[in-house]
Write a protein that binds this ligand. Structure first.
Ligand SMILES: NC(=O)c1ccc[n+]([C@@H]2O[C@H](COP(=O)([O-])OP(=O)(O)OC[C@H]3O[C@@H](n4cnc5c(N)ncnc54)[C@H](OP(=O)(O)O)[C@@H]3O)[C@@H](O)[C@H]2O)c1
Length: 250
């Protein structure tokens, strides 16, 4: 969300980020450090309006990044049994943050980035979609849109700098299936790796919340950032290539 609309190049960026202890919020802070962007993590809680107002008053940011939300542990099934907490933070809290910012500007400064099945180059991180599916006993095999954080989080910062607003499907163009990812994992990381598939009906017996599977149209993002790689190219460039342990075929 941007609170500066005059585009003055003289005004230094000052980001306020929610999600200090989180995976995506943590990565965003590191990116700001590497790019020399001044940033502060919000200490307020999304469901507490006055704490958000206090953050904005104290920090006076040019942009606010919201990477906070209830995500559930050990997985999103937690949200099914904790609906009140989930709605209070993810729905009411997110709207409250947008509304509090409206005190400074107007709703037109909100940019919503739709992240799906986030993947990072850190293959030890249990939040990473690749880490998750490589550890499951059985996986479904369905093509999906996904978000390569190493490529897309720097783009989110660039979007803030450009003061882009509106809704963006924040995924790499195209789809990749679970099996295609696990084949890459086997070929690049662990040649002896094997896995078992099961179908959606069998999966439904071991999860509580039905998982969504879909392809999002990334044309809007690709038009703004023509260099954006397709999901399979991005997986190789940002994740499997740098982590490769197997010999490259001659
Ligand atoms: N990971 C995914 O698969 C995925 C996929 C699509 C979208 N997303 C969305 O992307 C966002 C970040 O995901 P993530 O994977 O980085 O999540 P995460 O690692 O679970 O981090 C969530 C962050 O939100 C903070 N938070 C939770 N409730 C809060 C509240 N009421 N007020 C303020 N902060 C609160 C947590 O802080 P505390 O520890 O202090 O509570 C933590 O820093 C979430 O909104 C998530 O729904 C994630």
């Amino acid at each position: 969300m941007g609170s500066s609309s005059n585009g003055s190049p003289a005004k230094p960026f000052k980001f306020l980020i929610y999600g200090k202890t989180g995976w995506i919020g943590g990565l965003l802070g590191k990116l700001c450090e590497s790019q020399g962007i001044q940033y502060t993590y919000g200490s307020g809680r999304l469901e507490s309006r006055q704490t958000l107002v206090a953050d904005l008053d104290a920090i006076k940011p040019t942009h606010v990044f919201n990477a906070a939300g209830v995500t559930g542990r050990p997985n999103v099934d937690w949200c099914e049994s904790h609906k009140v907490e989930t709605i209070r933070t993810n729905v009411v809290g997110t709207l409250t943050l947008a509304d509090v910012e409206e005190l400074l500007k107007n709703y037109e400064n909100v940019c919503t980035l739709r992240v799906r099945m986030p993947i990072s180059s850190d293959l030890t991180n249990p939040r990473n979609f690749i880490t998750k599916i490589s550890r499951y006993d059985k996986v479904v095999d369905i093509p999906n849109s996904m978000t390569i954080l190493d490529e897309l989080l720097p783009i989110s910062i660039e979007m803030a700098k450009r003061n882009l607003t509106g809704i963006y499907n924040f995924t790499n163009p195209g789809c990749v299936s679970h099996n295609e990812i696990l084949e890459m994992y086997r070929d690049y990381i662990e040649p002896s790796f094997t896995w078992k598939n099961f179908n959606l009906e069998e999966q439904a017996k071991v999860i509580i919340a039905p998982r969504s599977n879909n392809e999002l149209d990334a044309i809007k993002l690709k038009t703004e950032f023509p260099e954006l790689l397709s999901i399979k190219e991005s997986l190789i460039k940002y994740v499997f290539g740098p982590n490769r342990t197997t010999p490259v075929a001659a």
